[in-house]
Design a protein around this ligand. Sequence first.
Ligand code: SAM
Length: 209
Amino acid sequence: MTIHVPLLSVPIDGSVKHLPYADRAEDLIDTANEAVEAFMLADLDVIENFVTCDFHLLDQTLSWIHSNHLLTGNRFCEWGAGFGVATMLAALRGMQAVGIEIESRLVHQAEQVAATIGSSAQFYHGSFVPRGVSGLAEISGEFKNVDTEEGDVYAEIGLELDDFDLIFVFPWPGEEEFFEHIFAACAADGALLLSYHGREGMRLLRQSL
Ligand SMILES: C[S@@+](CC[C@H](N)C(=O)[O-])C[C@H]1O[C@@H](n2cnc3c(N)ncnc32)[C@H](O)[C@@H]1O
């Protein structure tokens, strides 16, 4: 029998919005925003599930997490990386950072931005949804903006989901439960799940110790 221990909420205080950006973060964000704009204006099929989060708030939140010594280790993963800006912001802080993205065109874009700014971030084409998560099949049908069909890429990365200390995701509204279910089922004790919720900002959860 699986016993579900609830994830612990770690409140992020309002001071986060006053923190300075990391060195080179603004260059990275400007470079990525220009690339996103060019990609959107190009004559390509629209990728409906792709929208970007607030990169500046994300950088400040990463600062807040570091300065409050909340991390249990140095490995970062972005679930649904898009242009990979979160992954690159984590790499700027010296984290071993990987981004997983299902759309190959976006993986290519993320790799181009990483090459432009000289980032050590690594990107993988495939799904972050691990195979065989108990109870996931029952709820996944309700979630339209996350691809649950493709195979996961953890073997290719050479790391399991429970090797990561901080995971970032930007869920579509109403789909948070899907990501929290995977995190609760698979993440290491003490690992953090950071998520972006539009006007509500960032939310931080910890896997119970
Ligand atoms: C809302 S966008 C967020 C992009 C980026 N994280 C950001 O905050 O700017 C969600 C991304 O998840 C990707 N995605 C959806 N299902 C996925 C899956 N199973 N595995 C990997 N990426 C997925 C989509 O293609 C899309 O690029």
